[in-house]
Design a binder for this molecule. Structure first.
Ligand code: SF4
Ligand code: SF4
Length: 336
């Protein structure tokens, strides 16, 4: 698809449904937002600091009303939406969220009304690696509708769903290849680098890494908000004035906040009724979630290496440096 055809395609999408896409705001910052005009679309190597999870798992969501012992489920009033220009890194994050929220009716209600149009654009550092192998090894394990593989000034088009095919057929573009989804897990398993980091954390623990990070981290939780794969939320009830009525809601949460592991009663080893009492414990838990628990549970990377947490962190904590430190501790431990 050449540039002229692509511009017409964007116009066609804008007429069809609500389109969300990366674009510059008035301050020149790259954000994801409703696209009003095709010329505002940004398709390139830079990633917006916010991620698509804002539109899949809203930060605040009502779950159900209750009246006496009756529960009235409140599914989100989701409009049809098109995500245009989703980097292949963010497609991995969305594919992971699809697994995590497979049984979640609120997420599924939004997902079934969402069309994903991805691109092979990734930050410059990762570009060559991802571009070289996206077709064979990546696309068949990602959930998307249309994929735009950047080829110079043009795009090579792939579809990953019947919806994607329908969109292109309706637009009148036939020159695409269909990729059948083969499930999220690659035959060769997790990326070897990811396996090494996981092994480093599990078997070559170096407390100094976490104590040092614990001294720098201010527990602001920005990394969690920025991360496209962080998905924890807290649940709370709001009583209404009428007797016996109320609602249950959920909102994003982060393991850096003090209440995150607060427990009722006194658990063993949990002074102050919390499972985590120091910043070092919290930051370790955050990394363990991304590099150990998520891959162990879903056989998928819990980190897509987008670098958003590093960009958001006021303490300059660098996820890639921490990975290098974990790997160095592993190498040192192996030599012993
Ligand atoms: S680089 Fe940071 S923000 Fe991006 S997926 Fe990994 S942990 Fe999350
Ligand atoms: S953004 Fe940085 S300072 Fe804030 S909680 Fe995360 S690691 Fe700590």
């Amino acid at each position: 698809m050449n540039k002229t055809q692509f511009n017409k395609f964007v116009e066609y999408l804008l007429k069809k449904d609500n389109v969300f896409a990366p674009q510059r705001n008035v301050e020149g910052k790259l954000i994801i937002g409703p696209l009003k005009n095709a010329k505002d679309l940004y398709l390139g190597a830079e990633l917006p600091l916010d991620s698509w999870k804002w539109y899949m798992i809203p930060p605040y969501q009502k779950m159900f009303d209750y009246k006496g012992d009756k529960m009235i489920e409140t599914l989100p009033e989701a409009n049809k939406q098109i995500f245009l220009g989703v980097s292949i890194l963010d497609m991995q994050a969305l594919t992971l969220l699809n697994q995590i929220f497979e049984q979640d009716p609120y997420y599924q209600e939004i997902k079934k009304k969402t069309i994903i149009i991805g691109t092979s654009h990734v930050p410059e550092d990762n570009f060559s690696e991802y571009f070289a192998e996206f077709e064979e090894n990546k696309l068949e394990h990602l959930q998307f509708d249309i994929f735009l593989a950047v080829l110079g000034n043009d795009f090579k088009l792939y579809t990953g769903s019947e919806d994607g095919q329908r969109f292109l057929d309706d637009f009148g573009y036939k020159n695409y290849k269909h990729i059948e989804y083969a499930g999220p897990i690659r035959e060769e398993g997790l990326d070897p680098q990811m396996v090494s980091v996981m092994d480093g954390m599990q078997n070559y623990h170096d407390q100094k890494i976490w104590d040092d990070l614990g001294k720098r981290c201010i527990q602001c939780g920005k990394c969690t908000i920025a991360c496209p794969t962080c998905f924890c939320f807290r649940i709370f009830d709001k009583a209404h004035l009428q007797r016996g009525t109320g609602e249950r809601d959920r909102c994003w949460d982060t393991c850096f906040y003090n209440e995150f592991t607060q427990t009722a009663g006194v658990a063993p080893d949990a002074p102050k009724h919390k499972m985590m009492n120091t910043t070092a414990q919290k930051i370790y838990f955050w990394y363990e979630h991304h590099f150990v628990r998520t891959p162990a549970t879903f056989s998928l990377p819990g980190c897509v290496e987008c670098g958003r947490c590093t960009r958001a962190c006021p303490a300059d904590i660098d996820v890639f440096q921490t990975q290098r430190d974990i790997l160095a501790a592993r190498t040192k431990g192996k030599k012993k």
